[in-house]
Design a protein. Structure first.
Length: 107
């Protein structure tokens, strides 16, 4: 994994753990909502297929399979090369979408 990605992850975790005892309303956001917004935009076409609750659950699930944390898991833990890591993360996102749609449209 690139050193920059590892550094971002470490800094984020250090800030998060540094605030764990601070009341939630007083915490400084550790990072922005860019990844969450990207997932919302990508999954917006499913608004007519999924209920608002199911769509939000899918968005939250998809956020887990991309970004620096997913990169660490696929590269360091699984030992995948960059191409395999990207394909695995893409496969996981597609599997989550298929599962969410199948819940409302059983085959």
């Amino acid at each position: 994994m690139p050193a920059a990605a590892a550094g971002v992850l470490r800094a984020t975790l250090d800030r998060w753990f540094g605030q764990v005892d601070v009341p939630e309303a007083e915490r400084v956001p550790v990072r922005g909502v860019t990844r969450l917004e990207m997932a919302r935009v990508a999954l917006a076409p499913l608004r007519d297929t999924l209920s608002a609750e199911r769509l939000e659950r899918l968005i939250n699930a998809v956020v887990l399979v991309f970004g620096v944390e997913a990169l660490v898991s696929t590269r360091d833990t699984c030992g995948l090369d960059p191409e395999a890591a990207t394909e695995t993360m893409s496969w996981a996102a597609r599997a989550l979408v298929r599962a969410a749609v199948a819940e409302v449209r059983p085959e």
